[in-house]
Design a protein around this ligand. Structure first.
Ligand code: ARG
Length: 462
Protein backbone atom coordinates (compact mmCIF):
# COMPACT_ATOMS: atom_id res chain seq x y z
CA UNK A 1 0.00 0.00 0.00
CA UNK A 2 0.89 3.67 -0.08
CA UNK A 3 3.43 4.35 2.64
CA UNK A 4 3.74 8.08 2.00
CA UNK A 5 3.14 10.33 4.99
CA UNK A 6 1.49 12.97 2.83
CA UNK A 7 -0.85 11.23 0.34
CA UNK A 8 -4.12 12.95 1.29
CA UNK A 9 -4.23 15.87 -1.10
CA UNK A 10 -2.52 14.05 -3.99
CA UNK A 11 -4.39 12.29 -6.77
CA UNK A 12 -1.24 10.67 -8.18
CA UNK A 13 1.70 8.93 -6.55
CA UNK A 14 5.22 10.28 -6.99
CA UNK A 15 6.98 9.77 -10.32
CA UNK A 16 9.86 7.35 -10.38
CA UNK A 17 12.26 10.18 -11.11
CA UNK A 18 11.06 12.10 -8.07
CA UNK A 19 11.26 9.05 -5.83
CA UNK A 20 14.82 8.35 -6.99
CA UNK A 21 15.88 11.94 -6.35
CA UNK A 22 14.08 12.35 -3.07
CA UNK A 23 15.02 9.10 -1.34
CA UNK A 24 17.41 9.34 1.61
CA UNK A 25 16.95 5.93 3.28
CA UNK A 26 20.27 4.72 1.87
CA UNK A 27 22.12 7.23 4.03
CA UNK A 28 19.74 8.24 6.83
CA UNK A 29 18.98 4.66 7.86
CA UNK A 30 21.84 4.93 10.33
CA UNK A 31 19.59 7.29 12.30
CA UNK A 32 16.97 4.56 12.85
CA UNK A 33 17.89 3.82 16.50
CA UNK A 34 17.70 7.55 17.29
CA UNK A 35 14.36 7.89 15.49
CA UNK A 36 12.95 5.07 17.62
CA UNK A 37 14.31 6.66 20.82
CA UNK A 38 12.62 9.90 19.74
CA UNK A 39 9.37 8.04 19.11
CA UNK A 40 9.44 6.57 22.61
CA UNK A 41 9.94 9.98 24.18
CA UNK A 42 7.21 11.44 21.97
CA UNK A 43 4.78 8.63 22.89
CA UNK A 44 5.33 9.41 26.56
CA UNK A 45 4.70 13.13 25.87
CA UNK A 46 1.43 12.27 24.07
CA UNK A 47 0.46 10.15 27.09
CA UNK A 48 1.24 12.95 29.54
CA UNK A 49 -0.91 15.26 27.39
CA UNK A 50 -3.82 12.80 27.60
CA UNK A 51 -3.65 11.92 23.89
CA UNK A 52 -2.63 8.30 24.50
CA UNK A 53 -4.27 6.12 27.16
CA UNK A 54 -2.27 4.00 29.65
CA UNK A 55 -2.89 0.83 27.70
CA UNK A 56 -2.15 2.56 24.40
CA UNK A 57 1.19 3.80 25.70
CA UNK A 58 2.14 0.32 26.88
CA UNK A 59 1.30 -1.20 23.50
CA UNK A 60 3.00 1.64 21.66
CA UNK A 61 6.25 1.17 23.61
CA UNK A 62 6.11 -2.59 23.11
CA UNK A 63 5.65 -2.03 19.35
CA UNK A 64 8.64 0.32 19.31
CA UNK A 65 10.74 -2.25 21.21
CA UNK A 66 9.80 -4.88 18.65
CA UNK A 67 10.60 -2.52 15.79
CA UNK A 68 13.94 -1.67 17.37
CA UNK A 69 14.85 -5.35 17.69
CA UNK A 70 13.84 -5.98 14.07
CA UNK A 71 15.93 -3.04 12.88
CA UNK A 72 18.88 -4.24 14.96
CA UNK A 73 18.85 -7.79 13.56
CA UNK A 74 18.17 -6.59 10.02
CA UNK A 75 14.75 -8.22 9.66
CA UNK A 76 13.23 -4.79 9.07
CA UNK A 77 14.88 -2.29 6.73
CA UNK A 78 13.83 0.81 4.82
CA UNK A 79 13.35 0.73 1.05
CA UNK A 80 13.59 3.39 -1.67
CA UNK A 81 9.79 3.56 -1.67
CA UNK A 82 9.91 4.69 1.96
CA UNK A 83 11.57 7.99 1.01
CA UNK A 84 13.34 8.43 4.34
CA UNK A 85 14.07 6.77 7.69
CA UNK A 86 11.10 8.40 9.41
CA UNK A 87 8.65 7.13 6.79
CA UNK A 88 10.14 3.64 6.85
CA UNK A 89 9.88 3.37 10.62
CA UNK A 90 6.30 4.65 10.60
CA UNK A 91 5.49 1.88 8.12
CA UNK A 92 7.21 -0.61 10.41
CA UNK A 93 5.19 0.60 13.38
CA UNK A 94 1.89 0.48 11.46
CA UNK A 95 2.70 -3.09 10.37
CA UNK A 96 3.31 -4.10 13.97
CA UNK A 97 0.53 -2.19 15.77
CA UNK A 98 -2.14 -1.68 13.13
CA UNK A 99 -3.16 1.67 11.69
CA UNK A 100 -5.45 2.74 14.57
CA UNK A 101 -2.79 2.81 17.25
CA UNK A 102 0.27 3.15 15.02
CA UNK A 103 -1.32 6.14 13.28
CA UNK A 104 -1.51 8.11 16.55
CA UNK A 105 2.21 8.63 17.05
CA UNK A 106 2.63 11.24 14.38
CA UNK A 107 0.46 13.80 16.18
CA UNK A 108 2.34 16.95 17.13
CA UNK A 109 5.60 16.15 15.44
CA UNK A 110 7.06 16.68 12.00
CA UNK A 111 9.96 15.12 10.18
CA UNK A 112 11.47 18.60 10.39
CA UNK A 113 11.79 18.60 14.18
CA UNK A 114 12.54 14.88 14.18
CA UNK A 115 15.50 15.10 11.82
CA UNK A 116 16.95 18.14 13.58
CA UNK A 117 16.81 16.23 16.87
CA UNK A 118 18.09 12.86 15.65
CA UNK A 119 20.96 14.45 13.78
CA UNK A 120 22.10 16.16 16.97
CA UNK A 121 21.87 12.86 18.88
CA UNK A 122 23.89 11.01 16.26
CA UNK A 123 26.63 13.64 16.05
CA UNK A 124 26.86 13.94 19.84
CA UNK A 125 27.50 10.19 20.08
CA UNK A 126 30.14 10.37 17.38
CA UNK A 127 31.78 13.41 18.92
CA UNK A 128 32.36 11.18 21.95
CA UNK A 129 33.68 8.32 19.83
CA UNK A 130 36.05 10.61 17.94
CA UNK A 131 37.15 12.24 21.21
CA UNK A 132 38.07 8.79 22.54
CA UNK A 133 40.04 7.98 19.39
CA UNK A 134 41.92 11.27 19.68
CA UNK A 135 42.82 10.39 23.25
CA UNK A 136 44.22 7.07 22.00
CA UNK A 137 46.44 8.92 19.53
CA UNK A 138 47.58 11.30 22.25
CA UNK A 139 48.43 8.28 24.38
CA UNK A 140 50.63 6.99 21.58
CA UNK A 141 52.34 10.39 21.31
CA UNK A 142 52.86 10.50 25.06
CA UNK A 143 54.35 7.01 24.82
CA UNK A 144 56.83 8.18 22.18
CA UNK A 145 57.74 11.25 24.25
CA UNK A 146 58.43 9.02 27.24
CA UNK A 147 60.30 6.30 25.38
CA UNK A 148 62.63 8.78 23.66
CA UNK A 149 62.64 11.36 26.45
CA UNK A 150 66.35 12.21 26.11
CA UNK A 151 66.60 12.38 22.32
CA UNK A 152 67.40 15.72 20.65
CA UNK A 153 66.52 16.54 17.06
CA UNK A 154 66.92 19.46 14.67
CA UNK A 155 64.04 21.84 15.35
CA UNK A 156 62.99 23.54 12.14
CA UNK A 157 61.45 26.76 10.85
CA UNK A 158 60.90 27.12 7.10
CA UNK A 159 61.87 23.40 7.13
CA UNK A 160 65.47 24.56 7.69
CA UNK A 161 67.53 23.65 10.74
CA UNK A 162 66.68 26.31 13.34
CA UNK A 163 67.52 25.26 16.89
CA UNK A 164 67.92 21.87 18.57
CA UNK A 165 64.83 20.68 20.42
CA UNK A 166 63.90 17.55 22.31
CA UNK A 167 62.04 15.03 20.16
CA UNK A 168 59.57 14.77 23.06
CA UNK A 169 58.99 18.53 22.89
CA UNK A 170 58.13 18.26 19.21
CA UNK A 171 55.83 15.27 19.60
CA UNK A 172 54.02 16.89 22.52
CA UNK A 173 53.34 19.96 20.35
CA UNK A 174 51.14 17.70 18.21
CA UNK A 175 49.53 16.28 21.35
CA UNK A 176 48.67 19.80 22.54
CA UNK A 177 46.93 20.62 19.26
CA UNK A 178 44.89 17.44 19.66
CA UNK A 179 43.96 18.46 23.23
CA UNK A 180 42.39 21.61 21.82
CA UNK A 181 40.51 19.56 19.22
CA UNK A 182 39.15 17.36 21.98
CA UNK A 183 38.18 20.45 23.96
CA UNK A 184 36.42 21.86 20.89
CA UNK A 185 34.38 18.67 20.68
CA UNK A 186 33.39 18.94 24.35
CA UNK A 187 32.39 22.59 24.00
CA UNK A 188 30.44 21.82 20.82
CA UNK A 189 28.64 19.00 22.61
CA UNK A 190 27.54 21.38 25.34
CA UNK A 191 26.19 23.86 22.80
CA UNK A 192 24.41 21.07 20.93
CA UNK A 193 22.63 19.66 23.98
CA UNK A 194 19.34 21.38 23.01
CA UNK A 195 16.40 19.40 21.61
CA UNK A 196 14.30 20.67 18.66
CA UNK A 197 11.64 17.98 19.29
CA UNK A 198 8.28 19.72 19.77
CA UNK A 199 9.10 22.47 17.29
CA UNK A 200 6.85 20.67 14.79
CA UNK A 201 7.24 21.69 11.16
CA UNK A 202 8.33 25.18 12.25
CA UNK A 203 5.68 26.80 14.45
CA UNK A 204 5.49 24.57 17.53
CA UNK A 205 2.59 22.33 18.57
CA UNK A 206 -1.00 23.06 19.59
CA UNK A 207 -1.35 19.76 21.44
CA UNK A 208 -0.02 20.78 24.84
CA UNK A 209 3.01 18.51 24.51
CA UNK A 210 6.00 18.80 26.77
CA UNK A 211 9.19 19.51 24.78
CA UNK A 212 11.26 19.88 27.97
CA UNK A 213 10.26 16.39 29.09
CA UNK A 214 11.13 14.98 25.66
CA UNK A 215 14.48 16.78 25.78
CA UNK A 216 15.30 15.24 29.17
CA UNK A 217 14.15 11.84 27.97
CA UNK A 218 16.58 12.05 25.05
CA UNK A 219 19.57 13.23 27.08
CA UNK A 220 19.55 16.89 26.02
CA UNK A 221 20.90 18.46 29.20
CA UNK A 222 20.02 22.00 28.16
CA UNK A 223 16.35 21.36 27.46
CA UNK A 224 14.28 22.10 24.38
CA UNK A 225 14.71 24.68 21.62
CA UNK A 226 13.82 28.21 22.69
CA UNK A 227 12.54 29.07 19.18
CA UNK A 228 10.82 26.47 17.02
CA UNK A 229 11.82 28.17 13.75
CA UNK A 230 15.47 28.14 14.79
CA UNK A 231 15.05 24.63 16.16
CA UNK A 232 14.01 23.23 12.79
CA UNK A 233 16.03 25.46 10.43
CA UNK A 234 19.41 25.96 12.09
CA UNK A 235 22.32 23.76 11.09
CA UNK A 236 25.24 25.69 12.54
CA UNK A 237 25.71 22.72 14.86
CA UNK A 238 26.43 20.65 11.76
CA UNK A 239 28.76 23.22 10.22
CA UNK A 240 30.66 23.56 13.48
CA UNK A 241 30.99 19.80 13.77
CA UNK A 242 32.27 19.73 10.18
CA UNK A 243 34.80 22.41 11.05
CA UNK A 244 36.04 20.57 14.14
CA UNK A 245 36.43 17.33 12.22
CA UNK A 246 38.18 19.18 9.36
CA UNK A 247 40.51 20.81 11.89
CA UNK A 248 41.27 17.38 13.34
CA UNK A 249 42.00 16.18 9.81
CA UNK A 250 44.34 19.11 9.23
CA UNK A 251 46.15 18.48 12.50
CA UNK A 252 46.52 14.80 11.61
CA UNK A 253 47.85 15.76 8.17
CA UNK A 254 50.60 17.81 9.81
CA UNK A 255 51.70 14.82 11.89
CA UNK A 256 51.44 12.63 8.80
CA UNK A 257 53.53 14.89 6.59
CA UNK A 258 56.36 14.87 9.11
CA UNK A 259 56.32 11.10 9.40
CA UNK A 260 56.46 10.88 5.60
CA UNK A 261 59.55 13.12 5.60
CA UNK A 262 61.18 11.42 8.60
CA UNK A 263 60.68 8.06 6.88
CA UNK A 264 62.62 9.07 3.72
CA UNK A 265 66.13 7.76 3.05
CA UNK A 266 67.42 11.33 3.31
CA UNK A 267 66.05 11.92 6.82
CA UNK A 268 66.24 8.34 8.11
CA UNK A 269 64.76 9.49 11.41
CA UNK A 270 62.19 6.72 11.78
CA UNK A 271 61.26 3.25 10.63
CA UNK A 272 57.63 2.21 10.33
CA UNK A 273 56.42 -1.09 11.70
CA UNK A 274 55.64 -3.63 8.97
CA UNK A 275 52.06 -3.93 10.19
CA UNK A 276 51.52 -0.23 9.60
CA UNK A 277 53.22 0.21 6.22
CA UNK A 278 52.64 -1.15 2.74
CA UNK A 279 54.65 -2.57 -0.14
CA UNK A 280 54.78 -1.86 -3.84
CA UNK A 281 53.33 -4.20 -6.47
CA UNK A 282 56.37 -3.70 -8.71
CA UNK A 283 59.30 -2.48 -6.58
CA UNK A 284 60.21 -5.26 -4.15
CA UNK A 285 62.26 -3.03 -1.85
CA UNK A 286 59.48 -0.50 -1.19
CA UNK A 287 57.97 0.11 2.22
CA UNK A 288 55.51 2.96 1.99
CA UNK A 289 53.91 5.23 4.60
CA UNK A 290 50.40 4.80 3.16
CA UNK A 291 48.64 5.48 6.45
CA UNK A 292 50.29 8.86 6.73
CA UNK A 293 49.54 9.61 3.08
CA UNK A 294 45.88 8.69 3.54
CA UNK A 295 45.78 10.98 6.57
CA UNK A 296 47.15 13.77 4.42
CA UNK A 297 44.71 12.99 1.61
CA UNK A 298 41.64 12.58 3.77
CA UNK A 299 42.20 15.98 5.36
CA UNK A 300 41.33 17.47 1.95
CA UNK A 301 38.15 15.45 1.89
CA UNK A 302 37.19 16.62 5.39
CA UNK A 303 37.74 20.24 4.36
CA UNK A 304 35.54 19.60 1.32
CA UNK A 305 32.77 18.29 3.56
CA UNK A 306 32.88 21.55 5.53
CA UNK A 307 32.92 23.88 2.54
CA UNK A 308 30.20 21.94 0.71
CA UNK A 309 27.96 22.15 3.75
CA UNK A 310 28.50 25.89 4.20
CA UNK A 311 27.63 26.40 0.54
CA UNK A 312 24.38 24.45 1.06
CA UNK A 313 23.45 26.63 4.06
CA UNK A 314 24.36 29.96 2.51
CA UNK A 315 21.32 32.23 1.96
CA UNK A 316 18.77 29.52 2.83
CA UNK A 317 15.57 31.28 3.93
CA UNK A 318 13.88 30.18 7.17
CA UNK A 319 12.51 27.75 8.08
CA UNK A 320 13.00 24.18 6.79
CA UNK A 321 13.93 23.66 3.13
CA UNK A 322 14.55 20.34 1.48
CA UNK A 323 18.09 21.54 0.68
CA UNK A 324 18.77 20.57 4.28
CA UNK A 325 18.59 16.91 3.36
CA UNK A 326 22.04 17.51 1.84
CA UNK A 327 23.49 18.25 5.28
CA UNK A 328 23.90 14.67 6.44
CA UNK A 329 26.13 12.82 3.98
CA UNK A 330 29.11 15.18 4.35
CA UNK A 331 29.33 14.89 8.13
CA UNK A 332 28.44 11.21 8.20
CA UNK A 333 31.42 10.85 5.88
CA UNK A 334 33.61 12.98 8.16
CA UNK A 335 32.74 10.68 11.07
CA UNK A 336 33.34 7.53 9.01
CA UNK A 337 36.69 8.75 7.72
CA UNK A 338 38.04 9.80 11.10
CA UNK A 339 36.81 6.61 12.72
CA UNK A 340 38.91 4.48 10.36
CA UNK A 341 41.82 6.90 10.08
CA UNK A 342 42.51 7.60 13.75
CA UNK A 343 43.04 3.97 14.86
CA UNK A 344 45.42 3.36 11.93
CA UNK A 345 47.40 6.52 12.61
CA UNK A 346 47.54 5.68 16.31
CA UNK A 347 48.90 2.23 15.52
CA UNK A 348 51.51 3.71 13.20
CA UNK A 349 52.70 6.22 15.82
CA UNK A 350 52.63 3.72 18.68
CA UNK A 351 54.90 1.32 16.78
CA UNK A 352 57.28 3.88 15.29
CA UNK A 353 61.00 3.19 15.74
CA UNK A 354 62.96 6.39 16.23
CA UNK A 355 66.64 6.44 15.23
CA UNK A 356 68.02 8.36 18.14
CA UNK A 357 71.68 8.48 16.96
CA UNK A 358 70.69 9.92 13.59
CA UNK A 359 68.48 12.60 15.15
CA UNK A 360 71.08 13.49 17.79
CA UNK A 361 73.82 13.70 15.19
CA UNK A 362 71.86 16.16 13.07
CA UNK A 363 70.55 18.22 16.01
CA UNK A 364 73.49 20.69 16.05
CA UNK A 365 74.09 20.63 12.28
CA UNK A 366 73.45 23.67 10.09
CA UNK A 367 74.81 26.06 12.76
CA UNK A 368 71.68 25.56 14.82
CA UNK A 369 73.57 26.68 17.94
CA UNK A 370 74.18 30.21 16.60
CA UNK A 371 71.27 31.58 18.60
CA UNK A 372 72.84 30.08 21.72
CA UNK A 373 75.98 32.16 21.12
CA UNK A 374 73.88 35.32 20.74
CA UNK A 375 71.83 34.64 23.88
CA UNK A 376 74.97 33.71 25.86
CA UNK A 377 76.42 37.12 24.89
CA UNK A 378 73.20 38.84 26.02
CA UNK A 379 73.57 37.14 29.40
CA UNK A 380 77.10 38.68 29.53
CA UNK A 381 75.52 42.13 29.09
CA UNK A 382 76.06 42.55 25.34
CA UNK A 383 73.13 44.25 23.53
CA UNK A 384 71.26 41.73 21.38
CA UNK A 385 71.83 43.75 18.17
CA UNK A 386 75.59 43.34 18.67
CA UNK A 387 75.28 39.76 19.88
CA UNK A 388 73.30 38.76 16.77
CA UNK A 389 75.99 40.33 14.56
CA UNK A 390 78.82 38.56 16.43
CA UNK A 391 77.12 35.15 16.26
CA UNK A 392 76.60 35.74 12.53
CA UNK A 393 80.35 36.39 12.16
CA UNK A 394 80.99 33.04 13.84
CA UNK A 395 78.81 31.31 11.24
CA UNK A 396 80.60 33.15 8.43
CA UNK A 397 84.00 32.07 9.81
CA UNK A 398 82.81 28.45 10.03
CA UNK A 399 81.46 28.47 6.49
CA UNK A 400 84.78 29.89 5.23
CA UNK A 401 86.67 27.00 6.84
CA UNK A 402 84.09 24.27 6.42
CA UNK A 403 83.79 23.63 10.16
CA UNK A 404 81.05 23.62 12.84
CA UNK A 405 80.63 26.28 15.53
CA UNK A 406 82.15 24.15 18.31
CA UNK A 407 85.28 23.65 16.19
CA UNK A 408 86.19 27.35 16.29
CA UNK A 409 89.37 27.89 18.32
CA UNK A 410 89.66 30.26 21.27
CA UNK A 411 91.78 32.50 19.03
CA UNK A 412 89.16 32.58 16.28
CA UNK A 413 86.47 33.45 18.87
CA UNK A 414 88.63 36.22 20.37
CA UNK A 415 89.35 37.66 16.92
CA UNK A 416 85.63 37.89 16.16
CA UNK A 417 84.77 39.63 19.45
CA UNK A 418 86.44 40.42 22.78
CA UNK A 419 83.22 39.20 24.47
CA UNK A 420 83.65 35.66 23.09
CA UNK A 421 85.64 34.09 25.96
CA UNK A 422 86.16 30.30 26.04
CA UNK A 423 83.18 30.06 28.46
CA UNK A 424 80.91 30.38 25.41
CA UNK A 425 81.57 26.67 24.86
CA UNK A 426 79.16 25.85 27.69
CA UNK A 427 76.26 26.46 25.27
CA UNK A 428 77.98 25.14 22.14
CA UNK A 429 76.69 21.64 22.63
CA UNK A 430 73.18 20.26 22.32
CA UNK A 431 72.60 19.30 25.99
CA UNK A 432 73.78 22.74 27.11
CA UNK A 433 71.59 24.47 24.56
CA UNK A 434 68.54 22.43 25.53
CA UNK A 435 69.07 22.86 29.27
CA UNK A 436 69.35 26.63 28.91
CA UNK A 437 65.77 26.89 27.58
CA UNK A 438 64.16 26.00 30.87
CA UNK A 439 61.38 28.60 30.93
CA UNK A 440 57.74 27.55 30.64
CA UNK A 441 57.04 25.84 27.33
CA UNK A 442 60.75 25.57 26.45
CA UNK A 443 62.76 22.61 25.25
CA UNK A 444 64.80 21.93 28.43
CA UNK A 445 64.17 18.42 29.78
CA UNK A 446 62.65 19.95 32.94
CA UNK A 447 60.26 22.14 30.92
CA UNK A 448 59.27 19.26 28.63
CA UNK A 449 58.51 17.15 31.70
CA UNK A 450 55.92 19.78 32.69
CA UNK A 451 54.39 19.61 29.20
CA UNK A 452 54.19 15.86 29.45
CA UNK A 453 52.30 16.01 32.73
CA UNK A 454 49.95 18.68 31.35
CA UNK A 455 49.03 16.56 28.33
CA UNK A 456 48.51 13.58 30.62
CA UNK A 457 46.24 15.69 32.84
CA UNK A 458 44.21 16.66 29.75
CA UNK A 459 43.84 12.99 28.92
CA UNK A 460 42.24 12.37 32.31
CA UNK A 461 39.53 15.01 31.58
CA UNK A 462 38.94 13.61 28.11
N1 ARG B 1 14.63 13.73 4.95
C1 ARG B 1 14.55 15.09 5.38
C2 ARG B 1 15.94 15.65 5.70
O1 ARG B 1 16.85 14.91 5.74
C3 ARG B 1 13.78 15.20 6.65
C4 ARG B 1 12.32 15.25 6.44
C5 ARG B 1 11.80 16.56 6.15
N2 ARG B 1 11.22 16.44 4.87
C6 ARG B 1 10.25 17.22 4.45
N3 ARG B 1 9.79 17.00 3.26
N4 ARG B 1 9.74 18.16 5.19
O2 ARG B 1 16.08 16.83 5.90
Amino acid sequence: GDVRLWGGRFADGPSEALAALSASVHFDWRLAPYDIAGSRAHARALHRAGLLGDDELTRMLAGLDQLEADVADGSFTGTVADEDVHTALERGLLERLGADLGGKLRAGRSRNDQIATLFRMYLRDHARIIGGLIADLQDALVGLAQKYADVAMPGRTHLQHAQPVLFAHHVLAHAQALSRDAERLRQWDKRTAVSPYGSGALAGSSLGLDPEGVAMDLGFERGSAGNSIDGTASRDFVAEFAFITAMIGVNLSRIAEEVILWNTKEFSFVTLHDAFSTGSSIMPQKKNPDIAELARGKSGRLIGNLTGLLATLKALPLAYNRDLQEDKEPVFDSCDQLEVLLPALTGMMATLTVHRERMQELAPAGFSLATDIAEWLVRQGVPFRVAHEVAGECVKECEAHGIELDQLTDEQFAKISEHLTPEVRSVLNVPGSLASRSGRGGTAPSAVAVQLSEVKADLVIQ
